[in-house]
Structures are given as structure tokens and as C-alpha cells.
Ligand binder design. Sequence first.
Ligand code: ARG
Length: 576
Amino acid sequence: MSAAFTQVADSIGTDSATQPVDPLLQASRHADFQANAAMAMAKALKKNPREIATAVIEAVAANELIDQLEIAGPGFINITLAPGALGGLLAEQRADALLGFVPPSQQTIVIDYSAPNVAKEMHVGHLRSTIIGDACVRLLEWQGHNVIRRNHLGDWGTPFGMLIEHLLDMGETEATQELSQGDLNGFYRAARQKFADSEEFQTRARNRVVSLQSGDVETLRLWKLLIEQSQKYFMQVYAQLEVRLDGSEFVGESAYNDELAPTLEALRSLGLIQTSDGAECLFPPGFTNRDNEPLPLIVRKRDGGYGYAATDLAALRQRTQTLNADRLLYVVGSPQSQHLEMVYEAGRMAGWLQAPATAEHIAFGSVLGSDGKMFKSRTGDTVRLSDLVNEAIDRAAATIEAKNPELSAEERVEVAQMVGIGAVKYADLSSERTRDYVFDFDRMLALEGNTAPYMQYAYARVQSIVRRAMASHGIDAPQIDQAPMIIVDEAEKLLAMQLLRFADVVEDVSDSLLFHRLATYLFDLATAYSGFYNSCPVVDAPDAETRLSRLALCRLTARTLATGLSLLGIRAPEKM
Ligand code: ARG
């Protein structure tokens, strides 16, 4: 139907490339479904809706699934399906490992995400990058792509001068201990304070930067010590979040040090480098400052040092030229949009980023507290991420205990883990990525509404219904999975339609990487299931054939929910 609507929109519309048109299917009392999109389209195109509906019906290709199409009222299209059509489609979906999703040809995709700064606390912005990046990894790996993860840690630069001097002042043992416990912020702040207060310290810090850049062995050893302690802490947070990042994907800024000079030389030999104020710059066209002056990408600073932009150029070059990436994703906050666009443009000018390869900024908004201001802890400090995750798990444990006191202590610990972590992730992924989002424990842990606990409970409930029916009627899983699905009742049709949308939703999200659309879909699926369960008895179905068919719907629903959640990095409990 969607294809037919789109075709008609294309032939009438003024724009040549029309977006796919959603047919707006609804349940109908006169047929299986009705498609309502002709009305909206008629309004947009200033045409008669009945004419549009007629054109759509003509555009629907001969099709064994559809029995009859009819225009009703001002321009509804009533759709009557061939008997068994829905059941047949569902059985195909059930037999497919990817639930009907047709994998595209394999690409190499580099995902740049998380990227906290060493010796500085990982803050909630990095939490978003980590959660969204992890979902990108899971979704694209599930489809069979060759996914390369890159944790572009901020592990190089002038702040390391003062950090190393502060480490020496503190003594290595003590400093190491403080850092590995995750008090990166305290360490960073103390160093900054000293830098502000003492000229003597400033001089030492500056000299230390010079030693670091010139590769002094002892300085490098101290720098490594800082890095290792921070990495230990990051790794702890990733493990806590069940995010798939371990040491091997840590390719921080420092990893490109040897590539910086060759990258500059390559750009220079292409004639792309201009000197401005003593700095070596590249001016990508189309970027200007407020006074309409061209904006530079500074490849090498006046003092001879290389900065953030140079590192990103070297990284882009390596990712496209050495790793042969087809698609580059940068999961980074919205404020860095201009920086990234300039880097991509420079990459295109240098010929390193060439179609069909793409670079995309997977931008996201800020994390706000319930007061609508930047998210902070009660004392006004940045929040330690490990505390945050622990609090979510503790609160989840309390909620679960109240909801289901029958779970064993062991089960409760396990479920609290899934729900607490799931809540933090789902709250992030279910809101529109580019908007700011409000971090609110009460809301994310609510058992009602579009939340992780609701979705996880929905899954556990389907599973418990299936278990109960199997036990009381002596049915086993293979019997259910081979049973024909006979879709008769209105609520069964609506559930079937939701199940059949899965592949389309996943396809859309693979391009847009707007995970809230997947979350909304899963929520709608859970809602359709509730509607089905309220009007179609499963355990007490009227006959054995209906019971098996409904159980098959239950199992397919559970599998679709669990798959969808797993693509978001969220586990689904069997009991809750
Ligand atoms: N470390 C940076 C920050 O905290 C983010 C790095 C993003 N990735 C990149 N390739 N620039 O802001």
C-alpha cells in the first residue's frame, strides 16, 4: 500500500522525490483494514481525495495478498485481504532469523563514540554518546555489517603538563589510587587550581608539555600511568552499563600522533593549506564566522602543535583509506556539529571521503535535570556515572520487590540489574536524539508508560502466559512454532499488523539512527499485545487449534520485543 501511495504522490506531486507515504492503516468495521492517507495527501496536493484513492487502487499491483480494495466515504480505502494472507506473512517472518528484515550488502562502518577525556570525569554527555553508540553497534552488527568501534578518547594535549606535575606532587602511589577509584574530576580540579594559583607550577606544567611532545621517556611513562588509571575507570563504567567496549577499541587522540605530520603534508601537497596568523589552516568553503569571514580548520597551530582538528583529519584519513570504511558515524553532542562538518568537507576536498562513502554526525542534545537546567548532582558537581547507574539499579530493586515479592533474592538482583540499566538506556534512546532530554529517575523507572520497566514487564508477561498454557495443556515449544497462525479476531489482526511492521522500522532506523522510532514501535507492539490479550483468551481458548495459533502469536511477539530491546542494548527478563 505504501508503495502505491508513494507512486501516486510521485506522479501528482510537484517535488520529484517524494518521501515514502505512510498509508495510515486502521482497523475497519467493513473490511480488514482501511487506509486513510488519501485525505491527508489530497489536502497537501490540493486534489480530490476520492480521485487520489482511485489512483492508488489502480497503482496497487496485482497481488495475491489483497482480495478487494474499495473506496468508502470521502476517500477511505477499505482493504480486504485474501483468506490466510496475514497468517502466511507471519509464518514467513517467524521462520526468518532476522524476523523478515532483508540485510543490505555488507558495509564497513566505523562508529566513533563514548570518547571521554582522560583525567577528567566522564560526564552525562559521554553517557549519551556511549548509549547511542552502543545501540548503533548492536543494530548494524545484527544486520551483518563489519562494524569497527572507535573510542576516540581525549588522551593528549596541553592539560597533561599540569596533570603530570600534579601527579608528581601527590606521589605516584597516592595519585594512582585516587584515579583508579574514579575521582578524575577531583584530580583535574586540584591540578587546575594549582595552575591558577602558582607561577612556579605553571612553569613546571609548561615545561612538562614540551617534554611530553618531544617524547621524553620518563614523561611518557607518567602520562601512561594517568591514561591507564583513567581507562580502568572507564572500563568499569562500560562493564556496569553492559556496553560492548573493552580496551581494544580504545583508539584515543594520541594514537594518531605519528599521522599528524604526514596528514598535514598530504594536505599541503594537494594545495589545500594556507598560512593564516602563523597557523597552517585549511578553509573549507561555505563556513564563515559572524563577520562573514572564512572559517579555518587549524591543522597546525602557530606554536607548532597539532590540535583536535588535525587529529580528526588524521583519523578520518585512516578510517577511509586504511580501514576502507564505507560509512563513518560520529556519535557526538550537537555543539560539535560545525567542527565535524568542516572535517568532512576537508576530507572531501582531499579526496579521502568520496561517494558512496558517507560521514554522518549522529548528534544528540544535552542531558537536563528535572529542573530543566544542565544535569548536576545534589551538591552541584558533575555526577559520577558509576553512582548514577548504581542508583538506578537500587531503585529498580525496590520497585521490583514491591511489584513481585515472589521473586527469589537471586532473581531480584538479576532483574534489578536489567531494569536499572535498561531504564537509563531506554530513557535516552526513546526520546528524540537531537533534543535535550530530562534525566529523571522516577519517570524512567515508572512501570507505566513508554519506559524500560514497562517494556520488560510486557515481555515477562507474554512469557509467563506461554509457560502457563504450555504447562496446563501439555504443549511444547516446537508444537507452537509449527502451528498455523489463523488471524480472525480484530485484535489479532491489529497485533499481526504491528508484528509485520518490524522489518520496515528496523530499515528506517538503520538509515536515520533515530532509535526513538524503534522504541515507539516496541511500545505500540506491547500495546497491541495488551489489546489482543484482553479480547482473545489464550490459555482458555475455545479450541486447541485457536490456542496454538494464539500461542504462536504470543511467541512471535515475545521474540520481536526481545530482539528490539536487544538492539537497544537492553535485556528482557523471563520473570518480573
Ligand atoms: N573527547 C571529545 C569530547 O569529550 C569527543 C570526541 C568525539 N570524537 C571525535 N572524533 N571528535 O568532547
